[in-house]
Ligand binder design. Sequence first.
Ligand SMILES: O=P(O)(O)OC[C@H]1O[C@H](OP(=O)(O)OP(=O)(O)O)[C@H](O)[C@@H]1O
Ligand code: HPA
Length: 185
Amino acid sequence: MTDTVAEMNQVMEEADCLVNEQQVQAAIRNLADDITDRLRDSNPLLFCVMNGGLILTGQLLTQLKFPVQAEYLHATRYRQETTGGILEWKLRPDADMNGRTILIVDDILDEGTTLCAIADYCRAHGAKEVLTAVLVDKQHDRKAQPGLKADFTGLEVEDRFLFGFGMDYKGYWRNAPGIYAVKGL
Ligand SMILES: O=P(O)(O)OC[C@H]1O[C@H](OP(=O)(O)OP(=O)(O)O)[C@H](O)[C@@H]1O
Ligand code: HPA
């Protein structure tokens, strides 16, 4: 076993499970119902925010009960760290957003810098309306704008460094089937 794999196995052994798989699945079902109620007649263009939004988007998409056009973009600011830095666009969307309702789907609203920047980008490129959906809203008072919220939130989770269901710790454990907090963080 490599040192990294051993370290990551230990991270999981020592982690606290904050939300189990069944609870996450229930939250995703609620998100899907709320989004369907709000957007079924809006012909929205959905953007998955890679990489973290991958798992939520995949699970959400099949539960949305209307025709959805889905694309992706990639913006990142944490890389292998547990605190965020400057936002780097790795892949900007090239879909035509003019006059469209946009739904941005991501794993977590932490400080909110990422979602605000993506929403600004969409509005600047002609979006009529930009809505955001996240699996997790981390509870703290360091939001990019006071009181910042997503339009659709699956779960509110305490202020720890999280992994699982799309969220990574040092690039690993996005695949963890629940929401976990790293020991000591
Ligand atoms: O609300 P914020 O404080 O801006 O943080 C949230 C963002 O951070 C994570 O992405 P990350 O930068 O780790 O990129 P990745 O998903 O490609 O790993 C996460 O997937 C969100 O996009
Ligand atoms: O707590 C977190 N975990 C993983 N990725 C993140 N990106 C922002 N906050 C987090």
